[in-house]
Ligand binder design. Sequence first.
Ligand SMILES: [Zn+2]
Length: 254
Amino acid sequence: MNQQPVLNPIQAPGTPLAQWQTCGLLQATPAIRHEQLLPPGCRLVVVAPHPDDEILGCGGILAGMAGRETEVLLVSVSDGEASHPNSTHWNPGRLRQQRPRESAEALRRLGLHLPQLSWLRLGLADSAVASRERWLGDHLRTLLQPGDRVLSTWRQDGHCDHEAVGRACAQACRISAAELIEVPIWAWHWAHPNDPRLPWQRARKLFLPRDVLARKQHAIAAHASQVQADGKTPPVLEHEALARLLQPFELVFI
Ligand SMILES: [Zn+2]
């Protein structure tokens, strides 16, 4: 018996930015200041499923950390080798080399450097993070300290890796007395304004000053494999996706 085809919410046409801009719940979402979200002295641990999620989801928050005393740890869960399944140019081997280089350049553009920034790459298989979710949660527990602010992709973001990373972070935070902050990335694409599936009560907006937003945009552009067309195939991050992720605020679920 054939299985019922499942519509992948990420493949469907995305919600345009113009629709989000009329969203009453988004307009009514309370603001949060950088120092409320990340009190001085608290380490920020960003756990990114793929190289670029740390910039797309929280590049503004990261840029706001640059030059502060606070330590930042970036955990890159995979090297993002599955972003171009049908490409001859961007084959998995090439992407495994390229995408971490793009992340390094993007972090440099945000103004984050050693020793403030530490970076750990776990090298789990892109698109199969869920199969190592328990290991990931256990490993994160060995890294976390009480009081850390852990920023991960939202547990219901609509991409299997994003959700597995969110769940592993939530579990590790519970045990380690760290605080979880989740960010939506693909939800901007599949959700619709006032969507009841989004946790609006936990939502806060962190507004980005114009110079910070410009640095985030510059950092996103470092991810050439994602923002440039591959021959006749449109980029993974097409114009509308970038517009949604370059609003003058970052949405967080606390
Ligand atoms: Zn991702």
